[in-house]
Design a protein around this ligand. Structure first.
Ligand SMILES: Cc1cc2nc3c(=O)[nH]c(=O)nc-3n(C[C@H](O)[C@H](O)[C@H](O)COP(=O)(O)OP(=O)(O)OC[C@H]3O[C@@H](n4cnc5c(N)ncnc54)[C@H](O)[C@@H]3O)c2cc1C
Length: 464
């Protein structure tokens, strides 16, 4: 017999968190409706509602593992559509202020299937919307939540359809959709706090830390033979250089070059000449030298929204039961760590576990609290690490790391250096942590501590 928690679930948003939530909810509800304010293109194309997709997106190996569990054969499908396998660290050049990363064939499946974000979304979207009990309502905006008479449990959503224009605008017609559960995956622009306030309910406290990172990206045609020596290049920013970049292969024999800087001095510019000039100032000129002379495939796009921001739904004294918040709508991280989609994948697993527990006890009354608390536990170590590392980029008059945080950063920097230099077991463990395949506490193993202690000096910046 099919497992059943409820009759109808609504998901707000069809970004990565929304799609993965729908996939999980489909196992537990008779019907799932995904509501998306955008027009959803039939082909893999950029769309308005996910503006960050213009910039390099890696699905880390830990996240891909979860996606392959949820959608069997997803990796194979991505490869068929032109995604490029990039093995860490054999196919990747990594350059930090202190040197180049040793390139080794690592054990296990530590690789990224590099593509545009819109190709990945499209493949996941096709698989999700092919499920028999999932339907999508595109060009439809959720404008608020409906509560039952008790005022404390969700009854559905208010929606407004949007006119059929390239940049959808409201055509004014409003209606409602009833549901037992509403999952808000509206991303950084989620209106969750406003909707709770409208119902007279308390809103979650916010934690934030903003390094004012700025991204600029341009796509180039990739010439034949480009992969002879390497496939992807990462230039890691440091608090001193305040500039980084990546050159990542994407489908259609192209490369996506993303430059990263920080507000107040090192923002990468969005004009073509200045884009190249900025690339030349990086700690290595290799990215500049590689793209210079290549044929661009589109303009330069900029992006400025990169703060770490977290809404503490898990701490609410009074909740709207049945309203769950997931993805960037509850915890959005600095994109430099490339973790957002993998965190969305882990969150979908948390949702599946919470629903399984609810089914076992046939009790939905604590679903929201159980989910947001478990999700917060999943986010805690990831959030702590991101903000701790980001604090090193803040000015002295801004928030400073505590002595414990400084010590943890110093230790991680040393492990990073050891991983860069030595390759071997330390690199394997470090890269697996970066790819969210194992916990960062595993870097406290004695052989790694030993390597970290030995790696104090600064390496020389030889060629890759
Ligand atoms: C520059 C940059 C680079 C990044 N690089 C990486 C990377 O390399 N790897 C990685 O894992 N992550 C990366 N991220 C993070 C990643 O983009 C996000 O974590 C991820 O998109 C979160 O997915 P989401 O579904 O929560 O939100 P989104 O993908 O933003 O989707 C939200 C969806 O909700 C819809 N929506 C919003 N409000 C409503 C409403 N009221 N009604 C109906 N629909 C609504 C929107 O139209 C949109 O489709 C990067 C982020 C940035 C900014």
């Amino acid at each position: 017999m099919a497992k059943r928690v409820g009759s109808h679930a609504v998901v707000v948003g069809s970004g990565m968190a929304g799609l993965l939530s729908a996939r999980v909810l489909a196992d537990w509800f008779d019907h799932v409706t995904v509501i998306e304010r955008d027009h959803l293109p039939e082909n893999p194309e950029h769309r308005h509602g996910v503006p960050q997709a213009r910039h390099a997106h890696f699905l880390l190996a830990g996240g891909r593992r979860v996606l392959d569990e949820l959608y069997h054969g997803l990796s194979a499908r991505l490869l068929e559509e032109g995604a490029v396998p990039v093995r860490w660290t054999a196919d990747l050049l990594g350059c930090a202020e202190f040197g180049w990363m040793a390139r080794k064939e690592l054990d296990g499946d530590v690789q990224v299937l590099a593509s545009t974000r819109w190709l990945l979304d499209w493949v996941v979207r096709q698989r999700t919307f092919a499920l028999p009990n999932v339907t999508v309502r595109a060009r439809t905006e959720v404008t608020g939540l409906l509560a039952r008479d008790d005022g404390l449990s969700v009854d559905g959503v208010r929606i407004r359809s949007r006119a059929q224009t390239a940049t959808p605008i409201s055509d004014g017609s409003e209606s409602v959709i009833r549901a037992d559960v509403v999952v808000d995956a509206g991303g950084r622009s989620s209106q969750g706090r406003k909707w709770l306030r409208e119902l007279g309910l308390p809103v979650p406290a916010v934690s934030r830390l903003d390094t004012e990172q700025v991204h600029a990206t341009r796509i180039y045609r990739r010439p034949p033979g480009a992969f002879d020596e390497w496939k992807a290049l990462h230039v890691f920013p440091s608090p001193r250089t305040r500039a980084g970049a990546c050159l990542t292969p994407i489908e259609g024999d192209r490369w996506m070059a993303t430059l990263i800087g920080y507000g107040g001095g090192t923002e990468p510019p969005a004009t073509p000449d200045a884009f190249l000039a900025f690339a030349k100032t990086l700690v290595t000129p290799l990215l500049h030298d590689t793209i210079m002379g290549l044929e661009p495939d589109g303009p330069v796009f900029g992006f400025r929204r990169s703060e770490n921001i977290r809404y503490h739904y898990e701490r609410l004294p009074r909740r709207l039961e049945g309203y769950l918040v997931i993805g960037d709508a509850v915890c959005a991280l600095n994109p430099i760590y490339a973790q957002g989609m993998t965190v969305a994948a882990f969150s979908a697993k948390v949702l599946a576990k919470t629903l399984a527990a609810a089914e076992a006890t046939a009790d939905l009354s604590e679903l929201t609290q159980n989910f947001q608390k478990s999700l917060a536990k999943c986010h805690d170590p990831i959030w702590r690490r991101a903000v701790r590392q980001d604090m090193a980029f803040l000015a002295a008059e801004q928030q400073r790391p505590t002595p414990m945080q400084r010590m943890a950063n110093q230790y991680m920097n040393r492990v990073g250096r050891a991983a860069f230099r030595e390759g071997g077991r330390t690199q394997q463990a470090y890269i697996e942590v970066i790819h969210m395949m194992r916990r960062s506490t595993s870097l406290l193993a004695p052989h790694i501590v030993w390597q970290a202690l030995r790696s104090g000096g600064t390496g020389r910046l030889h060629g890759p």
